[in-house]
Design a protein around this ligand. Sequence first.
Ligand code: UD1
Ligand code: CA
Length: 438
Amino acid sequence: MSRPDTVIVLAAGQGTRMKTGWAKVMAPLCGRPLIAWVLDQALALEPRRVLVVVGYRADEVRKAVEKHPAGGATIECVLQDEQRGTGHAVQCCLPQLADARGPVVLLYGDMPLLATDSLKALCETQVGTANGMALLTARPRDPRGFGRIVRGAGGAVQRIVEEKDADAATRAIDEVNLGVYCFDAALLRDALPKLQPNNAQRELYVTDVVASFVAAGRAARAVEVADEREAIGINTLKHLAEARTALQERILDEHLARGVYIEDPSTTFIDHGVKIGAATTIEPCTVIRAGAVIGERCHVGPFAHIGPDTTLDDGAEIGNFVETKRSRIGAKTKAKHLAYIGDGRIGARCNIGAGTIFANYDGKTKSITTVHDGAFVGSGSVLVAPCEIGAGAYTGAGAVVTRNSRVEPGAVWVGVPARPLARRDANPAEVRKDSHKA
Ligand code: UD1
Ligand code: CA
C-alpha cells in the first residue's frame, strides 16, 4: 500500500446548518464525536502525521483530538482563526507542508462513512498519476448539495463547481465531489497561494486546486466509491441521523458476524467499541452504551439500558427496564425486571429482585455498593451506597439497607431501615422456602 506522508483533516467550521451551536465535528455519533470517526479513517492510511485544522470552539475539538489514540502517527492541531473556506483552511497548513516527503491526503471532518478501501484506492490512483492528484466521487440518487465534477470532452476531470455557483446544466451532472483528495505535495504547495475568493460565498475553495493541477498539465483522476452510503456527509441534524443509522448498521453487522444474536437490529442501539461475547442474546429495544463489555451467553433485554462502563460476566442476565451504569455484574447473576444498578460491584450467581435500586448518589458524591457471590436481594430493596451485602446473604422485600451497612455473609436483613432478622441460624435457603408458604 502506498502510504501518504500527511493527512489533513478540516475541522474548523461551525456547521451553521446544524443550528445547534455545537462544533460540528463534536456531534455525537454512536458513542463518540464525529471527529473520532474521521481520525480513524486518517490513521487507517498509516500516514507519518495527521494535521487537524481547528477553529470554531477550538479548545473542545483539540481535547477530543488529543484523547484519540494515534497509533504510530503524530497528530497535530493547526489553528484557523477565521473560517474563510476550505482552501483557506488548507493554506493554514502550508508551514507544516514545507517538509512533506510524500503525497498529502485531505479529508473533511464531516464525512464519517468513507470506507478504508476507498481511501486506499484513492492513494493508489494518485501514485499512478505521476505527480498529479486523485479525488473521490460518487453518483448518489440525491446530489446532497455537493460540488459537481466537470469532465472534458475526453472524459478527464477538468474542475469542480460548487452547487451554489452552478448553472442548470452543471447542476444536472450526477457525479459529485466527496471532498477527499490525494495530492502531490509540491504541486499542492504551488496551487494553494493562487486561490481566489471569486465565487458566490466569497470564500477560498480548495476545490479550485483541481483546475490548477489540470492547468499545470497534471491529471486529476476520479475514483468512484462503491457504496452510495459513503457519500453521507453531515451538514444538518437530518444528515447526522442518517449517518448514525448507517454506522449503527455497520456496528450491528460486526456483532452478528461474531455470533451475537441480535433479535431485532432495527430497535437495538449499540455504541462504537462495545465488546460482546458469542452466543449472547440481545432482545429488542435495548440500548448499550460506550465502554460496555458483555461476556458470552449473556441475555440482555428486551428494553434494557446497559449504560456506560458496565461489565457483564459470562451468563449474566439483564432484563426489562433495568438500567446499569459503571457496574460489574458477575457470572450468571440475574437482574430481570425494573432495577437501577449504578456503581455496583456484584459477584457471581446473585439475584437482584424486581424493583431493586442501588441508591448510589447522595446529592454530592457517588458511592459503591458491593454484593457478594450468591446473595439474594429481595424485590423492591433499596441499597443505599456505600454498603455491602455478604456472600449468600438475603434482603427481604422492600428492605432499605442504609449507608455504611454491612450485611454479614449468609445473614437475612429485612425492614426499613433494614436490620438482621432476629432468628438464629437464619438460613437464606430456608427463609426463601418459608416465604413461598406465605
Ligand atoms: C464541500 C466541498 C464540496 C463537496 C462537499 C463534500 C468545497 C468548497 N466544497 O462543501 O465540493 O461536495 O464538501 O463533503 O470545499 N472547514 C474548515 N474551515 C473553513 C471552512 C470549512 O475547516 O473555513 C471544514 C468544515 O468544518 C467541514 C469541511 O471543512 O468539516 C467542509 O466544509 P463545508 O462547509 O461542510 O463544505 P461543503 O459545503 O459541504
Ligand atoms: Ca460538508
